[in-house]
Design a protein around this ligand. Structure first.
Ligand code: HEM
Length: 455
């Protein structure tokens, strides 16, 4: 006879609001400690909501792959993110999701993306030319902001064939406002609707309007311009043909939603991971020097080309290790459609389920000395011996990140190019701490001084 599933253990909370205050106070600490204290399935309450955190790689595989039909993304977080992007690839489910995913997948093919290597080098060089003056004047830069602007410019060029430089301040500011407001909404049990004229809602709506205007303009400009061979061309064709993959074309609104989804999902994440990479390299000069030596040994001062990529070894490993410690998507949410049993515990239908790469990437059973920065974890041997789903910065299963190859390409090109020209040092006293939100940002500006790498 099999034992009937038990209720998972978890931290005690307030009888009315459950664990809400602990979530708000330090959600990363709470989740990491809960995995250590209660195990691989932990039950929380946020007001009336029941939430399970699942941290063991085998259980994660169950949710994302083997039992994926029992879960979907009709979640509370999706319902708030829709306020920014409208329904799109990131948040939709079922046939609507599959149709869009099939339509867009070819654009993100790893081989095809290599053609953008020179474009990424050129964008990085433009940024670095600006750094030279800062280096000469010994004035620090906010590396997090620089990475955001760089990756935003790149995604606009790669996917939309657009030059965003005139709008980049607006996009950076507006993205921060909409993301932070959305995260605050997610932390409330009772969330006033967006149409209420509160000051925060008004700021959100103005920022969202600005992003919408920019995206509508980019689409309109392309409609009138010469044909190109990028994501927007594909989406426009699907719109105009009414093809859309399996019949039923895309509406004008869908076209807009997918464009804004990719613009936002495609730069914040990569920028955050790069910012953490520069911070970690500055804290570990020995790894910085080795990575620099690899790049100079391979390239000297010449720009990297697509053919060089397979010969980079430490550069991708450093970036992977930065995403282990600070995964940009630090939490992924699922709605439980039908009840399931995970690790002997009952997971009720209608509850929420969380997978946190931040927690699983620190799981002591799968990572020795988990807080230590050690890119050697990602050698060929390290990768082969790792438990599947112990490392999942890009998620897993059918909802795996569509942009993972683009992110890895950008990261390698940018890290190599910056190391060729500059050494970054943290400004003494600069406080660095993670700030969990829709993505894992840095809480404060990442102030660093730039020094010529040749000096
Ligand atoms: C280091 C950079 C990146 C990280 C760490 C990252 C991480 C992730 C993760 C974990 C998911 C799965 C979420 C879930 O299952 O709930 C995801 C989905 C997604 N990502 Fe990324 N991402 C990155 C870069 C990008 C880029 C460059 C793009 C687009 C150009 C992109 C577009 C998307 C989209 C559209 C989805 C939804 C896919 C679907 O559900 O079919 N991401 N990403």
């Amino acid at each position: 006879m099999t034992a009937s599933p038990k209720t998972a253990p978890g931290p005690r909370g307030h009888f009315l609001i459950g664990n809400l205050l602990a979530f708000r106070r330090d959600v990363l600490g709470l989740l990491v400690d809960s995995q250590r204290d209660f195990g691989d399935v932990v039950r929380f309450h946020l007001g009336p909501m029941v939430i399970h955190l699942v941290s063991h790689p085998d259980y994660i595989k169950q949710v994302l792959v083997t039992h994926q039909h029992l879960y979907n993304k009709d979640t509370r977080s999706s319902s708030k993110i829709v306020g920014i992007t409208g329904p799109g690839l990131l948040t939709s489910n079922g046939d609507a999701w599959l149709r869009q995913r099939r339509l867009m997948q070819p654009v993100f093919n790893a081989q095809r993306l290599l053609a953008y290597t020179d474009l990424i080098v050129a964008a990085t060089d433009r940024m670095l030319d600006g750094w030279q003056a800062r280096a000469d004047a010994r004035r620090p830069i906010d590396v997090a902001s620089e990475m955001t602007r760089l990756t935003c410019g790149i995604i606009a060029r790669v996917l939309l064939g657009a030059d965003l430089s005139a709008d980049i301040d607006d996009v950076e500011r507006s993205t921060t406002i909409v993301m932070e407001h959305t995260w605050r909404r997610l932390q409330r049990i009772i969330d006033p609707p967006l149409w209420l004229p509160t000051p925060a809602n008004s700021r959100f709506r103005a920022a969202k309007r600005r992003l919408d205007e920019i995206v509508f303009r980019l689409i309109a400009e392309r409609r009138g311009g010469p044909p190109k061979n990028d994501l927007l061309a594909l989406l426009l064709k699907a719109r105009d043909d009414g093809a859309g993959g399996t019949g039923g074309g895309m509406s004008e609104e869908q076209l807009h939603n997918e464009t804004i989804t990719l613009l936002l999902a495609g730069h914040e994440t990569t920028a955050n991971a790069l910012s953490w990479t520069w911070y970690l390299l500055a804290c570990h000069p020995h790894w910085r020097q080795n990575t620099h030596d690899e790049v100079i040994g391979l390239l000297g001062q010449r720009p990297l080309t697509a053919e060089d990529l397979p010969r980079l070894d430490l550069v991708p490993r450093v970036f992977q290790e930065a995403m282990r410690l600070y995964p940009p998507i630090w939490i992924m949410e699922r709605n439980v459609l039908e009840s399931d049993v995970i690790g002997g515990y009952h997971i009720p239908a209608g509850s929420a389920l969380e997978i946190s790469p931040f927690v699983t990437h620190r799981h002591p059973a799968f990572w020795a000395n988990p807080e230590r920065f050690d890119p050697d974890r990602f050698t060929t041997q390290g990768n082969a011996s790792r438990q599947p789903y112990a490392y999942l910065p890009f998620g897993g299963g059918q909802r795996l990140c569509i942009g993972s190859h683009l992110a890895m390409l950008e990261a390698q090109v940018i890290v190599a190019r910056v190391l060729q020209r500059f050494r970054l040092e943290l400004v003494p006293g600069c406080v660095v701490a993670p700030m969990p939100g829709i993505t894992l940002r840095l809480r404060h500006a990442l102030l660093m001084t730039v020094h010529s790498a040749l000096a």
